[in-house]
Design a protein around this ligand. Structure first.
Ligand SMILES: Nc1ncnc2c1ncn2[C@@H]1O[C@H](COP(=O)(O)OP(=O)(O)OP(=O)(O)O)[C@@H](O)[C@H]1O
Ligand SMILES: [Mg+2]
Length: 259
């Protein structure tokens, strides 16, 4: 099934961000950022360490404000903030260790006063979707890193966001688990039709996952230097010639600095 891309979900026009407030000529982490992400698109933000990827993702999440420029988020909800779900790099700090997998997943639903029976049903749906069957009653401390990341993803998905924001979610996983999770994420994205914005500094991961890669320049004054289209079918084969060609093209953007 191909995700149908029809309208824009996120637009930033001439965005800039500084963390300084009281000086005349502040240093901007982000400057002249233009970004357009379509509904249902898998968009990767790729850039060197410290360029401002997390800052930009946090702005899209609504955790931070732009200092200059406009951000438009289009979801079908009245309260836009509910339309966004954030998956953090570390599941350890995101999950509650005193709650089971199932309780962690249904925590947000409980806060929204969804009745217990319905909560259970929704939690089960996402336990299945994220491959956690058989682990519902376990506590996070008894799970591997990959499993914990599945729980975090299931918890975010249980709140049914239209936009999934992911900040280097697989960065702390070993190489094999990471590859499994990348493939799982593509499957889940196709099954759920979410708009995904995925931050990484890994060129291979960007090409493996993204329909479009927003390549960011080195900071300060970082911006989206190029929006690069990856027209490879899923699942993608990292050993193929086409993949390698894309890799080389993306890499040329980083020749002036080490990523
Ligand atoms: N709350 C803050 N206050 C002041 N400066 C900040 C704050 N958050 C980030 N910065 C600065 O903004 C710049 C971009 O940081 P950011 O964390 O967005 O980069 P990044 O691309 O996500 O890096 P990494 O790949 O290491 O995660 C850095 O110079 C950082 O020091
Ligand atoms: Mg970051």
């Amino acid at each position: 099934m191909l995700n149908t891309i029809t309208e824009e979900a996120i637009v930033i026009k001439n965005g800039a961000k500084t963390f300084q407030t009281d000086i005349e000529n502040p240093t901007y982490v982000l400057k002249n950022v233009d970004l357009s992400i379509k509904k249902g698109e898998f968009y990767v933000l790729l850039g060197p360490s410290g360029c401002g990827k997390s800052t930009l993702l946090n702005i899209i999440a609504g955790f931070l404000d732009l200092s200059v420029g406009e951000l438009h988020i289009v979801t079908s909800r009245e309260e836009n903030r509910d339309g966004r779900g954030f998956v953090f790099q570390s599941a350890d700090s995101a999950l509650f260790p005193w709650l089971t997998v199932e309780e962690n997943i249904s925590f947000g639903l409980k806060m929204k006063k969804v009745p217990p029976e319905k909560r259970k049903k929704i939690a089960n749906t996402f336990i299945k979707l994220t491959g956690l069957l058989g682990h519902a009653k376990k506590f996070p401390d008894n799970l591997s890193g990959g499993m914990k990341q599945r729980v975090q993803l299931a918890r975010v998905l249980a709140n049914e966001p239209e936009i999934l924001l992911m900040d280097e979610p697989f960065g702390a996983l070993d190489a094999m688990t990471r590859r499994t999770m990348q493939n799982e994420l593509i499957r889940i994205w196709k099954e759920t039709n979410k708009t995904v914005i995925f931050v990484t500094h890994d060129i291979q991961e960007a090409i493996l996952l993204g329909q479009k890669i927003g390549i960011m320049s080195v900071g300060p004054n970082s911006r989206i230097e190029t929006a690069y289209d990856v027209k490879l079918p899923y699942p993608r084969d990292i050993t193929s010639i086409d993949f390698n060609n894309h890799y080389k093209q993306v890499q040329t953007h980083f020749e002036d600095f080490s990523i």
